[in-house]
Design a protein around this ligand. Structure first.
Ligand SMILES: O=P(O)(O)OC[C@H]1O[C@H](OP(=O)(O)OP(=O)(O)O)[C@H](O)[C@@H]1O
Ligand SMILES: Nc1ncnc2[nH]cnc12
Length: 167
């Protein structure tokens, strides 16, 4: 009930679930972060890094990383990251884009949790899993706060997936 919904945004037929509305309710935001941190601490005692997806995965990943004392690694949309990169193209509920990660941001064999605010078609998350694997990482789990159930995005993922709110 704390997630505000916007019908027909950014195009007709999409109900946009706005995670920023949660962050504007400080006690709800604090409760959400406690839930996320407790979950990752309990389930992933020896992960090497958390990867956050551009852009709303950047809101939550770093806070969890600080609590666990592990690195935060960004996966970014094309043209934003410097250095040697791996890249992949992905489909969205409303378009397509290219994601990139810095090759030296984690080591081959590193255990990774990927976080984003929301899973819709699963295109973004499954492309990120492929990108991490292509760069030698081992994806332990993908985590989203919100899951749009009827799009069945989780079926695209070949790794464990956890969501906390379903629409
Ligand atoms: O499961 P999918 O159908 O791939 O959609 C989910 C993705 O869409 C949204 O990001 P968006 O691409 O709108 O980018 P933003 O976070 O930069 O706004 C959301 O934050 C997820 O990353
Ligand atoms: N329905 C939705 N609400 C918010 N972000 C999204 N990204 C893809 N689909 C979305």
């Amino acid at each position: 009930s704390c997630v505000r919904s916007y019908p027909d945004f950014p195009q007709p037929g999409i109900i946009f679930r706005d995670i920023f509305s949660v962050m504007q309710q400080p006690t709800v935001f604090a409760d959400l972060m406690d839930v996320l941190i407790d979950y990752v601490k309990a389930k992933h005692k020896d992960i090497d890094a958390i990867i956050g997806l551009d852009s709303r995965g950047f809101l939550f990943g770093p806070i969890i990383c600080l609590q666990l004392g592990i690195p935060f690694v960004p996966v970014r949309k094309k043209g934003k990251l410097p250095g040697d990169l791996m890249s992949t193209t992905y489909q969205l509920e409303y378009g397509s884009d290219v994601f990139e990660v810095q090759k030296d941001s984690f080591k081959p064999g590193d255990k990774i949790v990927i976080i984003d605010d929301l899973l819709a078609t699963g295109g973004t998350m499954s492309a990120s899993v492929d990108l991490v694997k292509k760069n030698g990482g081992v994806v332990e789990e993908c985590i989203c706060i919100i899951e749009i159930d009827d799009l069945k995005g989780r079926n695209k993922l070949k790794v464990p997936f956890k969501s906390f709110i379903q629409f």
